[in-house]
Design a protein around this ligand. Structure first.
Ligand SMILES: [Fe+2]
Ligand SMILES: [Fe+2]
Length: 295
């Protein structure tokens, strides 16, 4: 029996902060959003079409790998919750945090994302998410934290708990590792840069290489242009997939548009990847197959 796992990331619902919500970081971040024109990069209509298109893709399960919001405002989480309601209410879904969902120390300390999304975060022992469906087992890491350079770090407790969490998957399940941050960049280099990187990506690779049960697929976001890259773990090669931002406005001159992926699974096999990209006709299959556009 095949199973369709739908994956979106970095939808980035944006709301203008009220005067009282201007923290120093939001002022800087807000200045960046305006000065660099990034507000116009994300589009409410595309975000609404994304939810419809994900449902139309007939998912058995959905994973969202973080950055629901732009600045972790309560109003942004509320907008995300309302827009995603049709998915959350109908399809078993795993929601993960992105660094923008813990944008300020206040949002991080209050675990604001959990206020509205806790039932879909499936958090448990060691701070890991565990999401099980018949034939599918997803383990989620959370390396996000408020950091001025947008870097992440997988907490030691999560690294320590990861091998056992992966090994707990049923023998016949397809095993997925989900996290917001990339492990490798599109050229296969370890994504560990001080700015925007996953600082202990090498430690995570070492843990995965030594783990008795390896993931069959690794999913992430954070970089808004999608790519896929193989990760070599000893004699096993694991595909890593980033669909690219699901909330992007169309920017044809820059070859950018919103995207999401469908992984078609059969037992422990990844049969195919369908990648949908947004254009004048809404979300349609990427011509030539997933990642054929190179964007
Ligand atoms: Fe993002
Ligand atoms: Fe991010």
């Amino acid at each position: 029996m095949t199973l369709r796992l739908v994956h979106a990331t970095d939808i980035h619902f944006y709301e203008r902060p009220t005067f009282g919500q201007f923290s120093p970081k939001r002022i800087l971040g807000g200045a960046n959003l305006y000065v660099r024109g990034r507000v116009t990069h994300f589009n409410r209509q595309v975000q609404a079409q994304l939810v419809d298109a994900m449902l139309a893709a007939k998912p058995d399960a959905v994973v969202i790998t973080g950055d629901l919001t732009a600045e972790a405002l309560p109003s942004e989480f509320a907008a995300a919750r309302a827009a995603l309601a049709p998915l959350l209410e109908q399809i078993p879904t795993l929601v993960q945090s992105g660094n923008h969902d813990v944008y300020t120390y206040g949002a991080s300390r209050a675990r604001r994302i959990e206020t509205l999304f806790a039932p879909w975060m499936h958090l448990g022992e060691g701070g890991l998410a565990r999401f099980a469906r018949p034939g599918l087992y997803i383990v989620g890491l959370d390396p996000t934290r408020p950091h001025v350079l947008a870097s992440g770090r997988v907490p030691e407790a999560q690294l320590a708990a990861l091998p056992d969490a992966l090994a707990a998957a049923p023998d016949d399940a397809f095993v997925v590792l989900g996290l917001h941050y990339p492990i490798l960049d599109r050229d296969g280099r370890v994504y560990e840069g001080l700015s925007h990187g996953l600082l202990n990506a090498r430690a995570l690779i070492d843990v995965l290489a030594a783990a008795p049960r390896k993931p069959d697929l690794i999913l992430h976001g954070h970089i808004h242009h999608g790519f896929t890259v193989p990760l070599t773990l000893g004699d096993v090669t694991v595909p890593i997939c980033n669909p690219g931002s699901g909330g992007y406005a169309d920017m044809p001159a820059r070859h950018r548009s919103a995207s999401f992926n469908v992984y078609v699974l059969d037992g422990p096999k990844l049969l195919s990847i369908e990648r949908y990209k947004h254009g004048p006709d809404g979300f349609t299959l990427e011509p030539g197959g997933a990642y054929a556009s190179g964007r």
